[in-house]
Design a protein around this ligand. Structure first.
Ligand code: GLP
Length: 257
């Protein structure tokens, strides 16, 4: 895993946006895997600015998001569908046919999960997957204990995850209890992974990811140790508990574009 240390949230966002832009410029028909949450908001803002300023083509781009809350319609104000529309799809004028999220309000959720996997396969897989990390080490909505062989599935959210995400809802009881999420194995199939971490809240998870050599299902992000091309962009607060960061260079590096 290559670790890029940056000063703060803004630097992380700029760096990540540069990397997304480099991917899209070198391969205009890229398939990007996208994440939600507070972490990538700045990345999307910086990417939109870059795309509009530099005017590189986005017409062949396809996107697949990691996850969606079960029970929320795409129009629901707290849905990840709406988050993506507001932060990225609308500002970039991406066509609905270019963007994909699992439907949390599909009548048959297991069928929806299968459909989502099929769609990813049909476009030839994800080139670059953007990821955040939960305080408990979750990636997507794969909570501790999720099998490393999992594909897109329904996940019951941990109380700590619901608590962490309560800041986006009026009441914490409003946070849905389940989500539909790409599985660990779906994520691991991506050509390369760009993991973002910012802020003090993430420092224990980042420490465990970088310093604990165990790859275990009780810490989902540890699965990334088995991926050949992972780059983590993390700021000083997120790296505060890590004793040394040149750890980075362990065994894998950024995939050459
Ligand atoms: C959420 C999302 C993840 C995200 C993580 C961290 O629950 N499902 O995709 O990476 O938790 O969120 P944040 O960036 O808001 O800290």
């Amino acid at each position: 895993m290559q670790v890029i240390r940056v000063k703060n949230y803004n630097e992380m966002s700029e760096k990540a946006a540069d990397m997304l832009a480099a991917q899209v410029k070198s391969k205009p028909d890229s398939v990007l895997g996208l994440a939600t949450g507070g972490t990538p908001e700045g990345t999307y803002k910086a990417f939109v600015q870059k795309a509009l300023q530099e005017n590189f083509s986005l017409s062949e781009l396809t996107t697949f998001n990691l996850d969606e809350y079960v029970g929320l319609s795409p129009q629901h104000p707290k849905s990840y569908h709406l988050y993506m529309k507001n932060h990225l799809f609308q500002p970039l004028a991406l066509q609905p046919s270019q963007t994909n999220l699992p439907r949390g309000n599909a009548p048959y959720l297991e069928k929806e999960a299968e459909r989502y996997e099929r769609m990813i396969k049909e476009v030839g897989g994800i080139d670059l997957q953007l990821l955040g990390i939960g305080e408990n080490g979750h990636i997507g909505f794969n909570e501790p204990g999720t099998s490393f062989t999992s594909r897109t599935h329904i996940e019951k959210l941990n109380p700590t995850t619901r608590e962490a995400n309560a800041r986006y809802f009026e009441n914490k009881e409003d946070v849905p209890e389940h989500a539909i999420t790409m599985g660990i194995s779906s994520i691991m199939d991506s050509g390369s992974i760009l993991l973002l971490a910012s802020g003090e809240r993430k420092k224990e998870a980042v420490k465990r990811l970088l310093e604990d050599k165990n790859t275990r299902e009780d810490f989902p992000a540890s699965s990334l140790r088995n991926h050949p091309y992972v780059t983590m962009v993390a700021d000083e607060e997120a790296l505060a508990a890590v004793s040394k960061t040149d750890e980075s260079s362990e065994k894998n590096e950024a995939k050459p574009l």
